[in-house]
Design a binder for this molecule. Structure first.
Ligand code: GLU
Length: 463
């Protein structure tokens, strides 16, 4: 099996392109096949080196490696010209100045469903001659066969008057030369397929196909947003880069994108990449549009976060926090063990890497005070309880989670107040808000000195 991913570098890698890349990658890895990366940069106005770099970076971050390439489509221009010249010389293609109006006039004369046929005028754009008999059949493993009677197909334009070739021509010749066996791509390319097959048919007639059969096609279902409309920027993060900045893990994205149009067959939703590789086959790809739902991705990301080892979560958080400029390395490194400890006590509560700092940043730097939380929990009553809590904590010899917990629980039992009435003022004093990792773990990690200092500050300012 030889498959390819062929992005156009006219923008960054989006969810749809990433899914196409992933499906090709999974297929190649499942079958022990080869994945080729081809950058389709022939749209010179919209393709940029920055987009190429972004796409390569996104693929690398997603962990989707390729075996051949990247091949730049523009580097193949001499080959495209060679085949074009062969087609013209052999009469399989011709030059024509026919305009859209001429095509319309032809149809008015011959019937609307009659494919346009032109005459060689020796100048103008290059059109491929479509035979009048026979049919062009698209074999699609997801959609079945679609048959187009050749008589209904227009002679397609394959190159402009200046000789530059059009997309459907370049793709077909590139796939042929690369001996691609399976073309797996988005459903939006379905309508291009008959044209590409016609080009391949002409290549066969010329004898340049080396006897290779046309590739098997698999057109992946459309992606919709949760509202059932075609996926677009309106539905939240749309590019891989944006998902990365939003704190998603590559393994969670791979898992989630795999499920957009494919199912493991047993409703299993949490799948490791090894499981995906093992189980991925085209025959379980659906024809129906798939829904991209960021809420589900977020949930799944949380599941993958909880599966990380402490060291792996530490590393992922560190990379994320520094890359996004959320905190400086000097703050993280002030205590070299703190990030891993903080990550461990936050692991159950975060869905994305971006959730970490708002939840646990108070363990590294002075917290931002939420005035509403202070108003609610640091009133006279709250401060009185906080003063008791301070006294209890100040007496601890060995300031670890177990003794903090034992001490606070004993103090709570003695006072007869509810857990909330005791712990919320403490939380607001040390974190600035009412949301944090477990209070005992947080206090222990923060340490006696900082904890008492923040309590004292809260008691002073709240007064
Ligand atoms: N370059 C095309 C795109 O980015 C894909 C072409 C193909 O897969 O055949 O949409």
């Amino acid at each position: 099996m030889r498959v390819r991913f062929a992005p156009s570098p006219t923008g960054s890698l989006h969810i749809g392109g990433a899914r196409t890349a992933l499906y090709n990658w999974l297929l190649a890895r499942h079958e022990g096949g080869t994945l080729l990366l081809r950058i389709e940069d022939t749209d010179l106005e919209r393709s940029t080196p920055e987009h190429v770099a972004q796409i390569l970076d996104s693929l690398q971050w997603l962990g989707l490696d390729y075996d051949e390439g990247p091949v730049m489509q523009t580097d193949r221009t001499p080959r495209h010209q060679e085949v074009l010249a062969l087609l013209l010389a052999s009469g399989h293609a011709y030059r024509s100045t026919a305009t859209g109006d001429d095509v319309k006039a032809f149809k008015d004369a011959h019937g609307a469903d009659r494919g346009y046929r032109g005459a060689d005028q020796g100048e103008g754009a290059v059109r491929l001659r479509v035979p009048n008999d026979g049919a062009t059949v698209v074999h699609d493993v997801i959609r079945g066969d679609t048959r187009f009677e050749n008589i209904h197909l227009d002679d397609p334009v394959i190159a402009r008057a200046d000789g530059s070739v059009l997309y459907n021509f370049a793709v077909a010749i590139d796939d042929l030369d690369a001996a691609i066996t399976h073309v797996v791509r988005g459903e939006d390319h379905l309508s291009n397929t008959p044209k590409q097959l016609l080009v391949l048919g002409a290549a066969r007639a010329l004898g340049i196909d080396e006897g290779r059969p046309a590739p098997v096609y698999a057109h992946l279902p459309l992606l919709h947003g949760p509202d059932g409309k075609k996926l677009s920027k309106r539905h939240g993060a749309a590019s891989v880069g944006e998902l990365r900045s939003a704190g998603y893990l590559p393994e969670a994205i791979r898992n989630y994108l795999a499920l957009l149009g494919w199912g493991a067959g047993d409703d299993q939703t949490v799948l490791s990449t090894e499981e995906l590789v093992e189980r991925f086959t085209l025959d379980r790809v659906s024809r129906n549009p798939a829904r991209f739902d960021q809420i589900k991705l977020r949930w799944l990301n949380g599941v993958h976060i909880r599966q990380l080892s402490p060291a792996a979560l530490d590393a992922a958080l560190r990379e994320f926090l520094l890359r996004e400029g959320i905190v400086s390395a000097s703050v993280l490194d002030a205590d070299p063990t703190r990030l891993q400890a903080a990550a461990t006590i936050s692991q159950e509560k975060i869905h994305t890497l971006a959730d970490f700092w708002p939840l646990s940043g108070f363990l590294f730097e002075e917290p931002t005070q939420d005035p509403k939380a202070a108003a609610r929990w640091l009133d006279d009553d709250g401060r009185a309880r906080l003063a008791d809590t301070r006294n209890a904590l100040a007496g601890i010899q060995q300031f670890d989670t177990a003794s903090v917990q034992a001490t606070l629980e004993a103090a709570a039992a003695q006072s007869g107040a509810s857990a909330k009435a005791i712990y919320q003022p403490l939380r607001v004093a040390i974190c600035g808000t009412t949301v944090s990792p477990g209070i005992f773990e947080s206090v222990a990690l923060l340490g006696s000195e900082t904890t008492l200092r923040r309590i004292d500050a809260a008691l002073a300012t709240g007064a």
